[in-house]
Design a protein around this ligand. Structure first.
Ligand code: GRF
Length: 197
């Protein structure tokens, strides 16, 4: 049976598009749901155009009640029966309880060469630190933020005068190449690290 994959997004969903196109082209898994925490996420339209069921659970009405928001996300995900959940530009931190419920079935793409620069503003921090390289990482999601086992990385040079935007633009195509490669291997139970280029 093909693995069922749910994808969580918050915005444009360019990584989601890359994952869905890869699954549809190579048939190694089935995208069963795209879920956004923002009803206005433009990635929802893209998912619909690709024929993937979508839903939005706006986190704003829940205010600080993260548990209630997660409970609704949990119910929606359980109905979709995913074998794997891919976080793709998903900007909500998930609780340890949520992560443990899906025990090692959640992947995430993070725009840095983990373990460096967990959290936000990764490109600006790499430039600020005078690094000569930056990149992105796909990792298993564990209770600690951006801390799980690394399944793949892509590295790009930081060039003199680069802004954070320049770096994000240079790295994004590698995200779109790396994440589907990692997902495909992950569905086959292969956790050998992928290093690009
Ligand atoms: C990307 O930089 C990704 O690394 C980060 O969110 C950004 C937007 O991703 N997680 P997407 O276009 O919404 O997939």
């Amino acid at each position: 049976m093909k693995k069922r994959v749910a994808i969580l997004i918050s915005g444009g969903g360019s990584n989601m598009v890359a994952l869905v196109r890869s699954m549809q082209a190579e048939n190694y898994a089935q995208p069963v749901l795209v879920l956004a925490n923002d009803p206005k996420a433009s990635g929802l339209e893209k998912a619909k155009d690709l024929g993937v069921p979508v839903t939005a659970i706006d986190h704003l009405p829940f205010g600080k009640d993260r548990k209630a928001f997660e409970a609704q996300v949990m119910r929606t995900l359980e109905a979709a029966r995913p074998d794997i959940i891919c976080l793709a530009g998903f900007m909500r931190v998930l609780s340890p309880e949520f992560v443990d419920h899906w025990q090692n079935k959640i992947l995430n793409i993070h725009p840095s060469l983990l373990p460096k620069y967990k959290g936000l503003n990764t490109h600006a921090r790499a430039i600020q630190a005078g690094d000569t390289q930056a990149g992105c990482s796909v990792h298993m999601v564990t209770a600690k933020l951006d801390d799980g086992p690394i399944l793949g990385q892509a590295t790009v040079p930081i060039l003199p005068g680069d802004t954070a935007n320049d770096l994000a633009t240079r790295i994004l195509p590698y995200e779109h190449q790396l994440y589907p490669l990692v997902l495909k291997k992950f569905t086959a139970g292969d956790q050998m690290q992928i290093i690009l280029p």
